[in-house]
Design a protein around this ligand. Sequence first.
Ligand code: MN
Length: 760
Amino acid sequence: MANEPVEKNMESFKERDYTDNVVDKYHTYDELVNNILQSGKDYDMKAIENAYLFANEAHAGQKRKSGEPYIVHPISVADILVSLGMDTDSVVSALLHDVVEDTPVTLEDIEKKFGSTVAQIINGLTKLSKIGFKTKEEHQAENIRRMLIATNKDIRVLIIKLADRLNNMRTLSAMYPQKQRDIARETMEIYAPLAHRMGIRQVKEELEDLSLRYLDPVGYKQICDRLSEQQSNREAFLESIKNELREKLIVDIPDVVMSGRVKSVNGIYHKMIMQGKSFEDIYDIYAVRVIVDTVAECYAALGVVHTTYTPLPNRYKDYITMPKSNGYMSLHTTVLRKSDDPNANAVPFEVQIRTKEMHLTAEYGVAAHWKYKTGPAAEGGKVVFENTVSWIRKMIENQMDSENTDVITVIKDDIMPDEIYVFTPKGDLKVLPTGATVIDFAYAIHSQVGHRMIGAKIDGKIVPINTELQTGNVVEIQTTKEIVNGPSRDWLKMASTSEAKNKIRSWFKNERRPENIAEGRTEFEREMKRAGMIIPEDKYEEFMTEQARKSHIDSIDDFYAAIGYGGILMSKIMPRLREDYSRMIVKPVESVKMRSFSEDERRARKKDLGVRVEGIDNCQIKMSRCCNPLPGDDIIGFITRGYGVSIHKRSCSNVPQDLEHCESPERWIKASWAEETDYREFKTTLKLTCIDRKGLLADVTTQLSLMHIGINSLNSRELKDGNAVITTTISVSSKEHLAQIIAKLNRIHGVLNIERTSGS
Ligand code: MN
């Protein structure tokens, strides 16, 4: 069976028709037998017939909701497994899959008659009775968990379950509407992603399309109508491309096989809804497939395609070098063919190029492991098989690790569909990206609904508006007639769609200009202060004008307003602000600080501390240790007994408030800083409050030594609240120099607050 003709395999699932009538046709056992014989695969017909007879008897008298005898269902499931190329045990298990659940037959009966392998598969497929479960969700979760554990032992359990679900979806029209939607939602959320993960494309796409048909009947029908309108044109178009291209390709690749494919309804739906594209703008609705023997031929064929037609830029994807996570490999490119009619537009279409092995793996995924025992597809199937086995194992382990998380959450987390489906109370569907909140939903309805929102309910329960939505939620937005408060700025952080964020920003932009300016200015100043950057008044205009200009904004007010409504994020412009700050404001001081002195020069300068004391020349002057005055500080001198004049800050607590009526007013003497105070060093003490962490002290000393700051003392202690205080006395040259040091220290991770203290 190694060399089945590829063309036959490709058509084994017929192209679906897009009329509304998706009800599966009545299946008989004879038809199943016929399909088994047609498959050309070796099956144990005796075992299959025994299973059929056993199941037929067990289900005798039972009817499906549609009125058909129940046995039609297991026969149909078995038939799907035959078309996937599954083995005898799978077909036997499919025929028997509902007997233990729905009839008096026990698992022991099955084991006695059909062996332990089949019994084990059936056990994994049999749902637990509802008794003992508090909720429907709990029951559902436990059944899926059981099925996965059984799948871990035998992967066929999950493949049969998918076939079972596919037949149920094909016959869903017989169910009540509420039940239809519940089943469709579960299929879209759990079973289609599982099929995708196992690489069984045909099953995945049909499950999704059938689910969509019940989740959004109107949207589904619109797309089906478009597809069937164009069907005959499309077939003619694809046929002519296939012929044209085959003629060119066959020169170098005589074995080339051509086929066509139509994108799934759900795939088109997502491009239209999620990406906002019109039907005409989706270029890969129709695709031509080129199937060759080797990887080298894939690239050779690509060359031929690109010389025959005009490739569209940025539409070439190499999934051979970079396979998708489920093992999918192919080259995709979108090209244009000029129409023969000079007035018509050129028609873009997609070409997919792959080897036979890649093709079979793409279509059958893990099932290729059973379908092909030898040959390249068997190899591909083996790889997908092993990936799937380890993925299932990982998921079961995850589920066991997290005690409070049920298995459905684990599956959902892992396969994480990109979109969620939620409903308005009237049943209108909204498709939102995963992670969307109530705010995103409100703005998806209308910006006025968002602006007027004062609360929300999910499935009838009041919830906070930052609640993350899940597929199937019915969301009701509570609004007021007039806009009362409008959106709050926090909403920008709670919204996840750019649509909602843009609508919130534009509200702030248009409706709240004065508030925006005030809000923006406050935020700007707060963030600057936090980063230790203080803009002196004389530099303010220049600095802010530069910032507005760099944000392409005309005025400083507009710049603040933009921060206010969230159009400019402080976190985004912070690096630029730091750079400009050190270039425009700190830089002159920094260059001074870097100037180095010889030891002699240093000593000479230290002698004269640059203070002038009124009426006294050449006296000994020292800086008081209680307040460590710095150049620029308001100072005063005190004539000591024998030690010259000590200089204090005017604000020092040792300096009397009222100098005229203090103890010895004659000893207090006016002092001022000499003109030339540059380059002199003064001691000052800083108190850093920090989050205690390893290496913090080292980071502080490293930063200080990088700046060539002399450290006179340094110690640290732990506070009761877990924070730490570092006290350091350093030598600085001026107030500006100190501001710059503080700014640098503030950037050290963990530093919360820096204070200049008077003690040393
Ligand atoms: Mn069933």
